[in-house]
Design a binder for this molecule. Structure first.
Ligand code: FAD
Length: 403
């Protein structure tokens, strides 16, 4: 029988919600904890549609939460996987400067990664680059041996299994529709049941701002969904790529640029781009959801963001509808890639937090307010950092919920 009053209800059974819930049950075994998700399986949204990379922590501003959580998260994740038989592979990654003008930025990235403590980073020249990736173009590259690949759905299943083993309740098919305070508890109305809890941890990903507002908390940010579209490279031609090949990214944007990713099952993907989506779960080019579109378009921060980044936005839209343009971005890195190599399109949607001034939030944002913790921004490398983010939330809960 399900418990009627929980100590903590976690909304969202993605990798962050379950990393948090599992660690809460490890640290506080006597607490009653429930995880709710609207879908019928765990990891159905960002976690189940990501690139499956264990990032090393190269890109992020030194001193940011992303830099430190990714560095620690990478190690904690690998230790967890070793202890719980979740397969992963440290295949390493190349960030390639194809043209002279990209070299200063490549060197800057190398400095950043080194300042972030990332081990083993090296700048390599043309010859070594060709040894690692014979089909890649490029003058120089950063070689990162501490980057790997993994299936984050499997990681999330493993977190869920341990959470349930520790006595936690995982309730799927339960969309949280309202949250109201009643004495010292919060009443969660879902489509099919009513649950009471003393505290809430909001890990609702693409819907995190909505859940915060249902609790009367408006932090002045909106989640603006950005779809990332990719193609699978046909099996025979996937052999052109050995591991992970990335371009030098635009430092103004939180996205890494279209790249080649070898998946843990050996297949190779090319992408993802970053196009504005008119639905929070808009996985196709034609997805449209009126309330979601209104939520974006009625937010002044969206228009300020558009004024700042309209050129990049238009270029991304063009590349989305013009496969030739997508192909050209890929050929910039691997010239031998052909149109016929791009098969099976797929996509994921990123929950990009945007503030009122139109800034794209680059860092993680996790806040406590009135018996609740809200994860308002957990973009990439959120999956790599999941255990460290979870540990941080457990500590916030210990202090603020007086556990
Ligand atoms: C295209 C793409 C590529 C990426 N690549 C990488 C990568 O290679 N490496 C990396 O480290 N990170 C990567 N990321 C980032 C990473 O996937 C995210 O940081 C991480 O998955 C966030 O997890 P989450 O649990 O916060 O969100 P989600 O996985 O989105 O989980 C949120 C959950 O909340 C549920 N939910 C929402 N609203 C409600 C409600 N009202 N009631 C009940 N349940 C609700 C949803 O159903 C969902 O299951 C990528 C992301 C994307 C989109």
């Amino acid at each position: 029988m399900k418990k009627s009053i929980y100590d903590i209800a976690v909304i969202g059974a993605g990798i962050i919600g379950l990393a948090t819930a599992m660690q809460l049950t490890n640290k506080f075994p006597s607490l009653k904890i429930v995880v709710l998700d609207k879908e019928n399986v765990t990891a159905e949204h960002q976690t189940g549609h990501n690139s499956g990379v264990i990032h090393a922590g190269i890109y992020y501003k030194p001193g940011s939460a992303k830099a430190s959580f990714c560095y620690t998260g990478n190690k904690e994740l690998r230790q967890f996987c070793d202890e719980n038989d979740v397969p992963y592979k440290m295949c390493g990654k190349l960030v390639i400067a194809v043209n002279e003008h990209e070299i200063p930025m490549l060197e800057e990235l190398h400095k950043r990664g080194t300042a972030n403590g990332v081990e083993g980073l090296q700048i390599i020249g043309k010859d070594e680059l060709s040894e690692k990736e014979p089909n890649a173009a490029g003058l120089k590259a950063i070689w990162s041996p501490n980057t790997g690949i993994i299936d984050y759905k499997k990681v999330t299943e493993s977190y869920a299994g341990l959470f349930k083993k520790n006595g936690g309740d995982l309730i799927l098919n339960s969309k949280v529709k309202s949250l109201n305070r009643e004495n010292k508890n919060i009443v969660l109305e879902t489509e099919n049941k009513t649950i009471k809890s003393k505290h809430i941890i909001n890990c609702a990903g693409l819907h995190a701002d909505q859940i915060a507002r249902l609790m009367g908390h408006d932090a002045g940010i909106r989640i603006v969904p950005f779809r990332g579209e990719y193609y699978s490279i046909s099996k025979a031609r996937g052999k052109l790529i050995n591991g992970l090949i990335y371009p030098v990214p635009d430092p103004a944007m939180p996205f890494l640029g279209v790249h080649f990713t070898t998946r843990i099952d050996g297949t190779v993907e090319a992408g993802p781009n970053a196009v504005l989506a008119f639905a929070r779960e808009g996985y196709s080019k034609f997805s449209f959801n009126l309330p979601d579109a209104f939520n974006t378009l009625a937010f002044p921060g969206f228009w300020k963001m558009s004024a700042k980044h309209w050129k990049t936005g238009l270029a991304e839209q063009y590349r989305s509808i013009n496969k030739n343009s997508f192909l050209k971005s890929l050929q910039y890195l691997v010239p031998d890639i052909k149109m016929s190599d791009l098969t099976e399109p797929g996509s994921g949607v990123r929950a990009q937090a945007v503030d009122k001034a139109g800034n794209l939030l680059q860092d993680f944002s996790i806040i406590e307010a009135n018996s609740a913790i809200h994860v308002l921004s957990a973009p990439s490398p959120g999956a790599t950092s999941s255990l460290t983010i979870g540990k941080h939330i457990v500590e916030l809960a210990r202090k603020n919920f007086e556990l």
